[in-house]
Design a binder for this molecule. Sequence first.
Ligand code: GLY
Ligand code: MN
Ligand code: MN
Length: 452
Amino acid sequence: MVRPSRSTEARPARALTIAREEFARRRRQLMKSMGRDAIAIVPSAPVHLRNNDVEHAYRQDSNFHYLTGFREPESVAVLVPGRPQGEFLMFVRDRDPARETWDGRRAGPAGACRDFGADDAFPIGDIDEILPGLLENRAKVFYTVGVHREFDQRVVGWVNGLRALAKHGRHAPYEMVALEHVLHEMRLFKSRGEIELMREAARIAARAHVRAMRRCRPGMHEYEIQAEIEYEFRRARAEPSYLPIVGGGANGCILHYRENESVLRSGELLLIDAGCEYECYASDITRTFPINGKFSKPQRALYELVVAANLAAIAAVKPGNHWNAPHEVAVQVLTAGLVELGLLKGKVPALIKSQAYRRFYMHKTGHWLGMDVHDVGDYKIGATWRALEPGMVLTIEPGLYIPPGTRGVPPQFRNIGIRVEDDVLVTRDGHEVLTDGVPKDAAEIEALMAAA
Ligand code: GLY
Ligand code: MN
Ligand code: MN
């Protein structure tokens, strides 16, 4: 038997992707909720310039991708439930050999129909001519206002243009409905296909964190570790789902640390918050480990407290528990532990009530995760936290942050920033931790680093 080479281990056995039928199913489900007197207009993401005529890497709009799977800019999807000549229309860039030589291949209208299931497709340049006719005699327009501002103006222009023709007997829609209200609720519940992609995004990011632990040495720079992480992402066809945070020592206490430029010093901890995006689905992992491979006693005491909070919060992820239950559990564990270590003084319930823990733990324990790293979906229904249900994916990310110079804290506990973050799927009987490919147990991390 031939042993697989290391380079093939990074790749899934087959390319994972969302099946064409699933995109069609999503469109059908959305149209059912909209009703037959409605139309939905969903634009692609605009291209963002980095400087002069150089562009940022293009990332498709998540709602547009969710409904079409189409990757190109300057595209618009239109859903017209019950329209006899076709319900799913696309406006896309026309084929253009000269432009394609410069900017890359285009599907064109024919490709939009052939490969993406559009019932009909038109060049984007024809949209002003065609769209008003589609809006006519529809009562409601499902559209997300305020995200793509320039496109907002065009939608308003089409509707107002029709209104101005009322005396000629043309009927304009009279109601704008927030598309995201329906669509984001759909996106909150992940299908089997989506979960497979999220497992893959989590596996890749877990491998990247393991690589960072193995490669880390005192004297390296934070950006060198960032490079190790990004190497592991890219070779697996993934890319960062947000700018990786690689913070040694005091930098680990800056929640959204971005510079990644400092030297890593022996005796300090390294906090890495880095996740990737695979086929438009995100992972989001944080691990914290000793730069020299061995936790000091005070570092280990605080670290094990954060891991205990992480584990207890994960245990609270199950159907029936409400969204905030894991956070409440994490706060309970952290507060009790801080009292035990002498960093907080008083009775635990009173310290929780007064939010005394916020000095050291100032953020929430997680967020929804999906196509967006801070994914869509309501956290409350009315005034109450919503119940967790199978198919939802969330992060669990408790931490403790004690920058140098923190007053009233024994010196041995200063200069320590710790967060331990996992991605967790709610299942029928509890949960599945998607990110268990990277260790968080202190002894396991030390063993892994010692063997590197
Ligand atoms: N990496 C962003 C977050 O953890 O929410
Ligand atoms: Mn994170
Ligand atoms: Mn997160």
